[in-house]
Design a protein around this ligand. Structure first.
Ligand code: HAS
Length: 562
């Protein structure tokens, strides 16, 4: 392991970027379990902590899917840049980025906690939030942009000092993540500043619902790759050596990241296959690109499997699948392996579900049913969340100079989580296939035998989901005990930043297509224009103005919400 001397300020900023969302995560996880209890009819909304159903769901979604992921991407990005570019980054910019993100989070927390922003994790009219929610979310995003801009100078300086050398793959991965994020946050900024904020402030009465939704998904799908790609960086840069081998193909890793730049954005309409007002042609175009964006994940599956196979062979494995038995699944000293491999195994199921969703006719069966949360928990709560947990613990231990405590329990966390998640998502997917609604109205009418929405099978599907939810909660609890015990442990080693070193089969020479990121960004912009000009044009033409704002837990008369 090589290491760089990280400045104290940068070290403390990275730690703060981990501690803030981890503290909030306790609330996010707790409300996740409560959601499963509400859905199974075990408790009524507001029974725990006095929160309403959609209010709890919003807290769960915003904390876990927006706050945790954004803070973590910035923290991990900072760590990757400092380590792999072997230089510290500007501390003032780094501090500004942290402050903006913290202030943004606090501003958004106020309306959520006071039940004035029950909009799930989205910006999706007619759901309307208090203006501070939108202002807070905007500041959080701007804080993450500042972090991204802060990496340009060290990136350029490294290129200048290392002419002709390949930029480390992890750096390419992080730059890719934030290029996608930067482009994708522009349409949502237009949505918030141009439509939602004036609407929420009462400056305008009506907005074009279809147009704002198109703008939201313009952001909403690349958002999922903003969550995923930092974990792909770990798969390519850390997992193979944790397994005892090396990366099978560095070029395949570069190709995967570059393909994400061009294909992860022009796909958002696949969330709107059932939306009237968007033509079949536009939907088909976005469906084709969606199949395209699965390619870099298939590439990753084969490259990482080959890397793990190599590690197994090195340890004397024989036969086609012998390597699988030789991997360090329960090695407490290489616990990152356990967190990452569990995420990969979960993602096999999450990815297959994504392909089902992308297929227009099958989407009609599963859209707006419980299948969809089943799908996205196998992605964002699988590889993404486990990567975040494992790497957060790793960074806390390294940057505080503390050894990870309760090694055996720690290595059990990802397996317990995987077990819980497969049950949880299994229940949701089964429920979805028999028609269980994705979102529930007040009082869970679909569980009421007197309601025409009721099906006896929903009792089983929601109970399976709740059992999964309890196991997930327990796994998270064990993780928090490990994290806190590690933080409180005496300092036993030098507090420094370092990642396990990675080698690949290939030499240091780069190949032309991967030398620069700019041409890929240009292709991405062309495809975005190609995919979004028709979508936006149709939304402007066909979108009906005038849907009244709606607050699901607080459906007060429309006049009073304006
Ligand atoms: Fe998705 C809905 C399509 C990936 C998240 N998705 C959602 C929503 C979320 C989400 C949050 O086309 C709901 C949004 C909402 O609120 O309404 N999704 C896809 C497709 C992919 C995909 C095609 N989604 C993700 C990822 C997410 C995520 C990643 C979060 C991080 N999704 C959809 C569609 C919808 C949708 C529609 C709308 C549905 C509707 O109607 O509402 C692809 O990117 C998936 C490609 C993945 C693979 C898997 C590769 C497997 C790997 C593991 C290999 C394992 C190894 C281990 C090597 C092809 C890399 C081997 C070792 C051993 C020891 C065994």
């Amino acid at each position: 392991m090589s290491s760089v001397t990280i400045s104290n300020t940068n070290k403390n900023i990275i730690l703060a970027e981990i501690f803030v969302p981890m503290a909030l995560l306790t609330l996010g996880i707790y409300h996740g379990m409560l959601q499963t209890f509400y859905r199974a009819g075990f408790i009524q909304a507001s029974a725990f902590g006095g929160l309403e159903y959609y209010q709890g769901l919003t807290l769960h979604g915003v904390i876990n899917a927006i706050v945790l992921t954004t803070f973590f991407a910035v923290a991990f990005g900072n760590a990757v840049m400092i380590h792999y570019l072997n230089r510290n980054i500007n501390e003032k910019m780094n501090m500004l980025s942290l402050l903006l993100m913290v202030i943004g989070t606090l501003l958004a927390a106020y309306p959520m906690l006071t039940n004035q922003a029950s909009v799930l994790y989205t910006f999706y009219p007619p759901l309307k939030a208090h203006p501070t929610f939108y202002i807070g979310a905007t500041l959080l995003v701007i804080g993450s942009w500042v972090a991204f801009f802060n990496w340009f100078l060290p990136y350029k300086a490294w290129q200048k000092e290392n002419p002709g050398k390949k930029m480390p793959l992890a750096v390419i991965g992080i730059m890719t993540t934030f290029i996608i994020w930067f482009i994708a946050t522009i349409p949502v900024a237009v949505e918030i500043l141009g439509f939602l904020l004036p609407w929420s402030l009462g400056l305008v009465d009506e907005i074009n619902i279809l147009l704002t939704r198109v703008l939201f998904w313009f952001f909403g799908h690349p958002l999922v790759y903003f969550w995923l790609l930092p974990v792909y960086v770990m798969y390519y840069s850390i997992l193979p050596s944790q397994a005892g081998g090396k990366l099978y193909s560095d070029y395949a890793g570069r190709a995967a990241f570059m393909l994400f730049i061009i294909l992860s954005i022009p796909v958002g309409v696949h969330h709107q296959f059932t939306e009237p007002g968007i033509s079949q042609g536009t939907k088909l175009l976005h469906a084709i690109f969606t199949f395209g964006v699965a390619l870099p994940s298939f590439l990753t599956a084969f490259t990482i499997a080959a890397s793990l196979e190599y590690a197994g062979w090195k340890k004397g494995a024989r036969g086609l699948f012998g390597w699988m038995g030789k991997l360090p699944y329960f090695d407490g000293n290489r616990y990152l392996f356990a967190y990452l491999i569990c995420g990969l195994i979960i993602f096999i199921f999450g990815g297959i579900g994504g392909i089902v969703n992308a297929s227009y006719t099958m989407n009609l069966v599963v859209h707006n049913t419980a299948w969809i949360p089943g799908h996205f928990h196998l992605t964002v709560a699988g590889p993404v969340f486990l990567g975040i947990l494992g790497m957060s613990l790793y960074l806390v231990s390294a940057l505080m100079g503390k050894k990870v405590q309760m090694k055996g329990w720690n290595v059990a966390v990802p397996y317990l989580w995987t077990f819980g998640l497969l049950i949880f998502s299994g229940g949701l997917k089964y429920g979805g296939l028999i028609g269980e609604p994705r979102r529930t109205n007040m009082g869970m009418t679909y569980l009421n035998p007197d309601s025409e929405l009721f099906k006896p099978e929903y009792i089983m599907s929601t109970h399976i989901t709740a059992i999964g939810g309890i196991i997930l909660f327990l796994a998270a609890l064990v993780f928090f005990v490990v994290l806190v015990k590690t933080m409180l442990a005496p300092k036993e080693m030098e507090a420094t930043l370092g990642f396990p070193e990675e080698e690949s089969y290939h030499d240091e020479k780069n190949i032309k297509p991967f030398e620069r990121l700019t041409p890929w960004v240009v292709v991405a912009l062309v495809l975005i224009v190609f995919a979004y000009v028709p979508a936006i044009n149709e939304a402007v033409k066909n979108g009906k103005k005038g849907s009244p704002p709606y607050m699901p837990d607080n459906p007060v008369p429309v006049e009073n919400t304006r």
